[in-house]
Design a protein. Structure first.
Length: 303
């Protein structure tokens, strides 16, 4: 049963990333609307899960504060992850998303006085090598890169870096919350997190419309936009909610040193396979080496 839950958890997280590839939204306000709806659906789903599961539910002051932080960071991360996926290769973008677990590792070393292991140093070196292979290309040696292409690549890299920072900070918030609450109120954190993330998007939506010149706000155009993206929205909500729920459940059954590297590494490999087979993305030799080194680093980081 544990193996099945593990496979399902990985599948839902892959579904979350792949679904973003199918979101049809050309402007930032449209993306805000879609993200606001899918996080709202995830929050409602979390609410009904708590009711049906009959598990004890409480919200301490810590959970409220960390839940608000989680929601803001989740909204920030998913937005820039979506922008990165739409402006660059899904396989490479997913690497940045998953490798962000390096940040909570550094946080634990610097502020929680966790032990510095030799395997962690190896993992950091592998990550640096992976980033090099993924971002340093030989384009300049073969042909002159057009200004438009160079600008697009810089923009994609900027989105990836913001995704890396946001997702890493999310893990830090979860880690601190669980440490302060002694492993309790995880469901409350997720409920508040999804709810506040949705609120962030809905507040930012009209502001983004006015900034981009889309002043005309009609219910008809919004409903049409949501209908067009109905399946991606549902898959995003399901992937985000069920993936996190299963991972939280598995964390109490499987040692973290085995669970997290296996899940993150499997996500990178799964998305890479989907990208090459279904989206016809061509990985360069450097890209293949970079992703391999990244997966290897994720294994070492928790050995």
């Amino acid at each position: 049963m544990t193996t099945l839950l593990l496979i399902l958890s990985i599948t839902f997280f892959i579904l979350q990333s792949v679904s973003m590839k199918f979101v049809k939204a050309d402007t930032l306000p449209q993306k805000m609307l879609i993200h606001g709806v899918f996080t709202l659906i995830a929050g409602i789903g979390m609410f009904f899960f708590l009711i049906l599961s009959n598990e004890p539910f409480s919200l301490s002051k810590n959970t409220v504060l960390f839940g608000i932080s989680f929601g803001f960071l989740f909204a920030f991360t998913i937005l820039f992850y979506n922008l990165a996926i739409n402006s660059g290769p899904l396989s490479y973008t997913a690497f940045y998303f998953s490798s962000s677990m390096l940040l909570p590792t550094f946080f634990g070393l610097l502020f929680l006085k966790e032990e510095l292991r030799g395997t962690l140093l190896i993992a950091i070196l592998l990550f640096l090598m992976a980033f090099y292979f993924l971002n340093v290309t030989k384009d300049s040696n073969k042909e002159v890169v057009s200004p438009a292409h160079g600008k697009q690549k810089k923009q994609w890299l900027f989105y990836c870096i913001l995704t890396f920072i946001g997702n890493g900070c999310l893990a830090i918030v979860q880690k601190l919350h669980q440490q302060l609450q002694h492993g309790t109120e995880a469901s409350g954190l997720m409920l508040l997190g999804f709810t506040f993330a949705s609120l962030c998007y809905f507040i930012a939506y009209p502001i983004a419309k006015s900034k981009t010149g889309e002043v005309k706000f009609t219910t008809t155009s919004s409903v049409k936009q949501l209908k067009t993206n109905l399946l991606p929205i549902l898959f995003l909500a399901a992937g985000s909610l069920l993936g996190n729920l299963l991972l939280t459940s598995l964390a109490g059954k499987i040692p973290s040193s085995y669970l997290f590297p296996l899940v993150q590494g499997s996500i990178i490999l799964g998305i890479t396979i989907i990208s090459t087979v279904f989206f016809k993305e061509k990985l360069s030799l450097r890209g293949k080496i970079g992703i391999f080194l990244g997966v290897l680093a994720i294994v070492f980081i928790n050995v």
